[in-house]
Structure formats: C-alpha cells, structure tokens
Design a protein around this ligand. Structure first.
Ligand code: PLP
Length: 400
C-alpha cells in the first residue's frame, strides 16, 4: 500500500549527493503525484483556453473543468455554496485579499485591532499590519499550546477580527479552532483561519468549525504551485469590496462608473491559473483516494516514531510538544546552528528545512535563531525516519 503510494511520486526516485532522496520538507511544499503532473500536461496539450468568455469548444471545456473544481473544493471543505470558494495564488494571496477587502469595509481607521496567535506565519501577520491593524497576539506555553484564557482577555470594542492558524507550520500545534470561533463569535467578532498546514493532514469542515474565512494553498496538499483557495461566508463576501480590478470581476464598465460581478467572480480579476486549478482537483482526488483519515494516522505514526527516535539521541531539544500536533518536528541539536545541521543532512540526501520558517515571533518566544524542521507526508516511511536518526548520529561529532 505505502509502496503503491510512493510509486505515484516520480520525484521520490531521484538521488541526492549519491543517496536516495529522503524528503522531509513537506510543510514547505509536498511532492506531486502522477495524476497531478499528468493533469497539467494534459491540460496544456489538449484543452488550454481562457475561461468564461469564449464561444468555442475549448473555452467551454476549460470553463467546465475549472468550475467543476470549485464545486469539488466546496465539498472537500464542507462549504454551503460553491460561490463561497474563491481561487487565488495561495494562502498568502488569500489572506491579503481578506485583509485588504475586509479592512476597507469593516475597519474604522481608528485603533482597529486583530487578534492573532503568537505562532502565526508571517503571511498571517504582515497583511493585517499593511491593512492598518494593531495586532494582539495570543501567548502560548513552552509546549506550544495557546493560552485561551489570555485570549479571552484580548477582546475589546476595537477588535475587528481573529486571524489564527489551524495548525502551526513550526510547532505542529493544532489549535482548537471551533472553540476559538465560539469565543470570538460570542464577542461578535468574525474569524479567519489560515489552514495552510491543516488541509493536507485532516478532514476540514468549515461549517462545523464555524469560521468565517478559511485559506489554504494547493502546493502543500499534493497540488500544483500557483493556486490556492479563499473560502468566505457569503454574507461577509457580499459586503466586501473587490480586491483587484480587471477583467471578469465586473458587471458593467464605463469611464464614469463600474458595477461588480456576483460572487465568486467579484474576487477573481484577470485570467486565473486554470491548469493549476485542474491539477488541484486531481490532488483532492488523490487525497480522498488514499483517505484523509488514513493520511492522518500514517503521519501520526511517523511523528511518534520519529519523536522517540530523535529523543534517544543526546542533546536534542524539541520545540512544540502539544498533545494535538500535525507531523512536524522542530528541533535543535545541542547548541549547533540549524543551518549546519541542515547542510550536513543534505549531504546524505535528507531534505529538511532550517531557519525561522517565516515565524520570527516564535523564535523570539524561545530565544533561538531558528530550528531544524522535519515534516512528514503520506509517502514517507519509518525507514526514512531511521535514515534521519542514523544521519544525525553520524553528524553529531562534526557539530562539536
Ligand atoms: N501559513 C502557513 C501556516 C504556512 O505554513 C505557509 C507556508 O509555509 C503560509 C501561510 C503561506 O503559504 P503560501 O506561501 O503557499 O502562500
């Protein structure tokens, strides 16, 4: 079964520095199965056309395929309507879209506050600063668990939104989103969820979570780069102004005045990445074919196995030990610099990420420059974890 899955990922057959590739950088981007690669190839070979406006056969076929994936995403995340699904370039663009448009509609320009968690990726921090908000970060404990009592105290008459990650890319912590939404809604405050690190690991149901916005990237869930999703509740999206102006988002244009198209097109100016959207559809098919629960339980096994394996080595320090975690292991080897560890592991064919992982406030919280991060996906194996443990054992003397 696992070998069948691995066979679908051609890149897993490459060698790096004379070693078989061990790819543990999945939180940065996952590899792509053949179905996704072939869908991109097939689209450009036989059905490439611009969507929506054409009278010809290819345009109709491309439009139907593109809109079909919108309905697929709707089902995948349990949205009420397909027009609540807006295609973007990825999580970053999704959050920037909401920040810009939501601020223009709902910020007063006078002391607007957004509550974020202390473990946000920079792409769920900077867009709010650009929109003029003051950020109120929710602290977390040494284990990487958010302090919800402290969060409750952050709400004020100036709070406009809560923007929180479903899962942390650095600590792996899975935040209790449904509880956070209930708390925020009790204060009359909507919630945006950054789901970049959640959708590939667990079943997401936006109606069960109750959130108002949910953002994610295709490339972190076995899909192509260049495509992502912004889900927003219809009532809010109807109130919000367009983010970008251009083709497709309009109803009528004159030099005096423009009226806007209906949802979701109001938020999709210009030619979208049609082939990538079609590839995203195949990525969701792949995940559902394996079974999202099966993906989650396989990764949980790898995380547990790797945590035990690495903990047995001398001098290991772990960051993020929440009881509910995605398959992300952030660590330091004694006092050695994470970059040195990453470079030596690379020499043995093992790809990990090193640095602050676009979460500098997390590094400040622990007083460290960065971590080494190993993150797992459905195609990783216990044997690969053994390779990591063995490689760390071998490089330790070189790090003194
Ligand atoms: N949010 C989180 C939690 C992430 O891990 C990432 C990427 O690492 C992003 C947002 C940004 O995603 P993208 O670069 O695909 O827009």
């Amino acid at each position: 079964m696992l070998q069948d899955i691995r066979n679908q990922f051609p890149i897993l057959g490459v060698e790096v520095h004379g070693h078989p590739l061990v790819y543990f950088d999945n939180a940065a981007t996952t590899q792509k199965p053949l179905a996704v690669i072939e869908a991109l190839d097939g689209y450009y070979r036989s059905s490439n056309a611009n969507i929506h406006r054409g009278a010809h056969h290819l345009a109709a076929a491309a439009t139907e395929a593109y809109e079909g994936v919108r309905r697929q995403v709707q089902a995948f995340i349990g949205a009420r309507h397909s027009h609540e699904i807006v295609f973007t370039r990825g999580t970053t663009e999704s959050i920037n879209l909401v920040a810009s448009s939501f601020a223009r509609r709902y910020f007063s320009g006078d002391g607007d506050e957004v509550i974020v968690s202390g473990m946000e990726h920079h792409s769920n921090i900077v867009p709010w600063q650009l929109a003029g908000a003051t950020l109120r970060p929710v602290p977390f404990g040494d284990d990487g668990v958010l302090d919800l009592q402290a969060m409750e105290r952050l709400f004020s008459a100036r709070t406009r939104l809560v923007a929180i990650c479903h899962a942390s890319n650095t600590l792996g912590t899975v935040n209790p989103v449904a509880d956070i939404v209930a708390m925020a809604h009790a204060h009359g405050v909507p919630v945006l969820v950054d789901g970049a690190q959640a959708v590939s690991h667990m079943k997401v149901d936006v109606q069960a979570l109750g959130c108002d916005f949910y953002c994610f990237s295709g490339h972190k869930m076995y899909g192509p780069m260049g495509v992502g999703v912004m889900y927003g509740r219809e009532e809010l999206l109807n109130e919000m102004p367009p983010y970008q102006g251009g083709g497709e988002m309009i109803s009528e244009v004159t030099f005096e005045r423009t009226t806007y198209n209906e949802l979701p097109f109001k938020f999709e100016a210009g030619t979208p990445s049609v082939g990538d959207v079609i590839g995203l559809g195949k990525a969701m098919d792949f995940m559902q074919g394996v079974g999202i629960e099966n993906i989650g339980s396989h990764e949980a096994d790898l995380l547990d196995y790797a945590t035990r394996g690495l903990a047995a080595l001398p001098g290991m320090r772990f960051f993020g030990c929440a009881p509910r975690k995605t398959a992300v292991l952030s660590f330091l080897v004694g006092d050695s610099h994470p970059y040195d560890v990453g470079t030596l592991l690379d020499q043995m064919g093992i790809a990990v990420r090193t640095g602050h992982h676009c979460t500098q406030p997390v590094m400040d919280r622990y007083g460290i420059p960065g971590t080494v991060r190993a993150s797992f996906a459905v195609y990783n194996t216990r044997a690969e974890v053994d390779a990591l443990v063995g490689a760390l054992q071998r490089i330790m003397p070189m790090l003194q």
